[in-house]
Design a protein around this ligand. Structure first.
Ligand code: GRF
Length: 197
């Protein structure tokens, strides 16, 4: 049976688009949730016939209240896997322990954690950066790594040009990893991840 996927977004939703377009995911995106109503990805979800909900961070008194509301909206959709596809909020330990959650990040972790990863890599002057898809634990950009792929940095790169090439890789790696999770092929032992054949 197809696994139920809930995708959390904050912005453009190009990774959500890649998930919606993947034919062999073994799962179905049943709900998309954004932390801001202006997130462009919400329209993408609606156009694909997927329920699109916003739990507006700025509409809540405090973070805990917002997260409780978010958790309810996620829980209602009964996900097997939750996908962070450009979701720019930190989630509590209690939240991340509730589901299997996967995140895509535009650097080779553990280098350049945080929301400015592409900028920080350029500032550091690295010649190679890349994409990481990992399981989410209670620390930011930290959980067990499912897959990584290198992307060379060009001397002429700006944040935009480099991020465009990184996104191209993300759009391939994230659906592949979600498919592995949907097929129950991911075995985790502490930090170590083994992909079952
Ligand atoms: C991606 O680069 C993702 O790695 C990062 O935020 C970006 C989101 O892009 N966390 P999009 O909204 O999927 O286009």
């Amino acid at each position: 049976m197809a696994k139920r996927l809930v995708v959390l977004i904050s912005g453009a939703g190009s990774n959500l688009r890649a998930l919606l377009a993947a034919s062999d995911l073994g799962g179905e995106v049943v709900r998309t949730v954004a932390d801001r109503p202006e997130a462009e990805g919400l329209a993408l979800a609606e156009a694909a016939g997927v329920e699109a909900v916003s739990v507006d961070f700025s509409g809540f008194e405090d973070r805990a209240e917002w997260e409780r509301a978010l958790a309810e909206v996620v829980e209602e959709a009964e996900p097997d896997v939750v996908v962070l596809a450009g979701f720019m909020r930190i989630l509590s330990a209690a939240f991340v322990r509730r589901w299997t959650i996967v995140n895509v990040h535009p650097s080779l972790l553990p280098a350049f954690r945080g929301p400015r990863a592409v900028h920080d890599a350029l500032q550091w002057g690295v010649k190679v950066t890349g994409v990481t898809v990992h399981l989410v634990d209670e620390h930011v950009d930290h959980g067990p790594i499912l897959v990584q792929e290198c992307v060379p940095v060009d001397e002429e790169d700006s944040v935009d040009t480099l991020h465009t090439r990184l996104r191209d890789v993300e759009h391939r790696l994230l659906p592949n990893c979600v498919a592995l999770l949907c097929q129950d092929r991911v075995a985790v032992d502490g930090r170590l991840v083994r992909i079952r054949p």
